[in-house]
Write a protein that binds this ligand. Sequence first.
Ligand SMILES: *Cc1c(COP(=O)(O)O)cnc(C)c1O
Length: 407
Amino acid sequence: MTASTDASKAEILGALGRVLGAPQKMIPLHEPEFRGNELAYVSDCIETGWVSSVGAFVTRLEKDLGTLFDRPHAVATSTGTAALHVCLLLAGVEPGDHVLLPTLTFVATANAVSYTGAVPHFVDAEPHSLGVDASKLREHLRETARIENGRLLDRATGARIRALVVTHIFGHPADLDVLAELAREFHLVLVEDAAESIGSLYRGEPTGRHGLVSAVSFNGNKVVTTGGGGAILTGSKELGERAKHLTTTARVPHRWGYMHDEVGFNYRLPNLNAALGCAQLERLDDMLRRKRELSASYRAAFATVEGASFLEEPANTTSNYWLNAIVLDEELAAHRDELLDALNAAHYMSRPLWTSMHRLPMFEGCPRMDVSVAESLEARVINIPSSPRLADLSDTADPGSGGAPTA
Ligand SMILES: *Cc1c(COP(=O)(O)O)cnc(C)c1O
């Protein structure tokens, strides 16, 4: 490193020190927090024997999610990936179709497209939300696709481009109004991968309401966890019923008969997991409040840092700040890995952005537009510790040993 990159590295470590202190052991990136009725509700499942795929907590979780996301139909699933898979089927995606999705996302988004037999078609990000760049995508579609009888077709292959999946990276809402308009213009079904954005608001409303269907995740590292799990959200009664049918082995309701009318999936969320989720949702507001406090501390700490900036929520949105992130200046990009080594050595668990989808071996050959912004971001974004409990650190003498023993 040159003198100035050394100085930047020291400033970045200093900023984390102002927020997190000098921990003796690793501060995790995002750890779950069980401070409410989690144990009571899980015990209830064990005492009553209702641990498996149906039960009162599943019903309650689905109702609570419907209220939270302001979508009348919610179906709990075994993972967020399973929810996305079924969302794509509900969107009418068929084998051979193209599905547009960001290259800058977690691998689950692209995997779910592949499960349907469709072709992932990767699009670029914009640097404020890290979400899909609508105007750049519009240019790409004008150049490479055509509309015929209300269908969008890829000019090179003739394949139908059926759907657009958008993500809300780290909980920062993508520009949903603009993306929904783009989807209308090009006859695309809009699907929201809201895996990371529970509790985030776009123009005052929850994410997950713009897509025909949307998917949420309750994996262990997300803001709300069920251990593992997810949900499908939709405003359509018909699609909600179909989501339930497909995720429960497509069994035709009957008092005792086993009639299944198509190939379905066992994507049900067990009652045991739903119990955890119900207790977590009771505490969502508190977790969101403390996560916002933590991001405000980071924002203040990084305000004076040369060489890196704190990634703030986009205008007109309220992010859940699932994962806090800093973005290195271009000059520091080449030193990202040294910085990651230094941050982790100082016990601030830090991670780079995911490897872009178009660079993974199984997706290398897939169609894509120019993705230079995503590539630049991939080289410069670093996630830093984001658990809600870290907002309580200023009250504890030794930050390294404070909080839950799950670290
Ligand atoms: C976590 C995540 C998923 C998948 O969720 P799982 O519950 O882990 O299957 C999908 N998309 C994005 C963007 C995610 O972050």
